[in-house]
Design a protein. Structure first.
Length: 393
């Protein structure tokens, strides 16, 4: 099928994450034939929880999934950060920037379950144990070659939704280099009866960072920043020593830690920053973390993936594929670059080991939040609705 001749395509999507699942559903509902290739032998969620921002909520509402997600999640009214001494650094509130607005703390398992049902209900063909390695693109279509040499396709359009370490991004941008951060985080979730309505972060300099995110059903997401180089020695110290470190920063984590019990229910995830120069070619396009991987400090990853999916599906519904890819790349470029730059700048102020940056952060953030206009820009950015440095909202 020549690209540009018809709006109804056979689309191959590599990666069944949030971006890939949402896009597959949207395209299949619009009449496209969709094949979803997933590298895992069994589909399932990865990660403990995330913030569903107002920006991402709009996409899930268009899919008919927002209300079921809300029923399984925790309403988040604010984002706050504190030092280990209890001094408040930020107090960002959604309703102040967006009247009636809020975020939701979402367990990844809940959203994946709903997306999985939506994908199957839309008639998407799901192929498991098919990790994309590269693509072969010709004038009339393209195929995906998996890591075992299996060939999938041909497809009129191939979508790279294969995450922050995307092989399709490497194929499309062979000269792009990723910045792998020294730091990452231990992630998990545990029981919590605390009446908390916000994402809470606690810091000790830039060496220790604790995050607590309610995710509904009496559970709370937990993360603890840690350099990858210290992971082995960290585990050797034992869970009891780890528990003492955490509680020294915030006693609020005690119930969660007691539920976790040991390191077996915690997963370490590293961060990397990759902003490729190209997000599409004639037949290959990137969405989600494959298009813009960054550290999680702004809480935007899943939401950006949802916005990418909605944008690409919308343009494919009313333009030729060639025009749709160009329009998609142009529309999403400014927002993703704005957040990627911010993330790269801010990350060392929270995880780096720099005493100087910690002092600067502890002085600057409260002053910034005390200025209404600056605080509003921060709140709009966190909500996902400010899409560029010069947006005036």
């Amino acid at each position: 099928m020549p690209l540009g001749s018809t709006p109804r395509l056979h689309v191959g999507i590599c990666g069944f994450g949030i971006a890939g699942g949402a896009l597959a559903t949207l395209l299949a509902r619009d009449g496209h034939k969709v094949t979803l290739l997933e590298r895992a032998p069994v589909v399932g969620p990865v990660g403990a929880g995330f913030l569903l921002q107002p920006s991402g909520q709009r996409v899930l509402e268009s899919l008919g999934l927002l209300q079921p997600i809300i029923e399984r999640s925790a309403r988040i009214e604010r984002v706050e950060a504190f030092t280990h001494t209890g001094r408040r650094l930020t107090d960002l509130r959604y309703s102040r920037a967006l009247p009636g607005g809020c975020a939701y703390g979402v367990q990844r398992g809940a959203i994946f379950e709903l997306l999985h049902s939506a994908v199957l209900g839309a008639g998407v063909r799901v192929v498991l144990d098919a990790e994309a390695s590269t693509v072969d693109v010709g004038p009339t279509g393209g195929t995906v070659i998996d890591v075992t040499g299996g060939i999938h396709g041909p497809f009129d359009l191939i979508v790279g939704a294969d995450g922050s370490r995307s092989r399709l991004r490497e194929w499309l941008n062979p000269r792009t280099r990723s910045r792998v951060y020294e730091h990452g985080a231990l992630w998990g979730m545990g029981k919590s009866s605390l009446p908390v309505d916000g994402l809470l972060q606690f810091t000790r300099g830039t060496r220790q960072l604790l995050g607590l995110l309610p995710i509904g059903s009496g559970r709370c997401g937990f993360f603890w920043g840690l350099p990858a180089s210290e992971l082995e020695s960290f585990r050797k110290r034992g869970f009891a020593a780890f528990r003492e470190d955490v509680l020294a920063i915030s006693p609020m984590a005690e119930e969660i830690l007691d539920d976790l019990g040991d390191f077996d229910r915690l997963t370490y995830a590293g961060y990397q920053h990759t902003l490729p120069s190209r997000s599409c070619s004639d037949r290959v396009v990137l969405v989600g973390d494959a298009a813009h991987s960054m550290s999680p400090h702004l809480g935007q990853g899943a939401n950006l993936g949802l916005l990418d999916a909605e944008c690409l599906a919308r343009h494919l519904s009313n333009q030729s594929p060639a025009a749709a890819l160009i329009a998609y790349a142009m529309e999403r470029r400014r927002h993703s670059r704005y957040l990627a730059i911010l993330s790269r700048v801010l990350t060392p102020f929270f995880q780096s080991g720099s005493h100087t940056l910690a002092i600067g952060r502890d002085v600057a953030l409260p002053l910034m939040c005390a200025i209404p206009w600056i605080r509003r820009q921060m709140e709009l950015t966190v909500a996902g609705v400010k899409r560029g440095f010069f947006d005036q909202l």
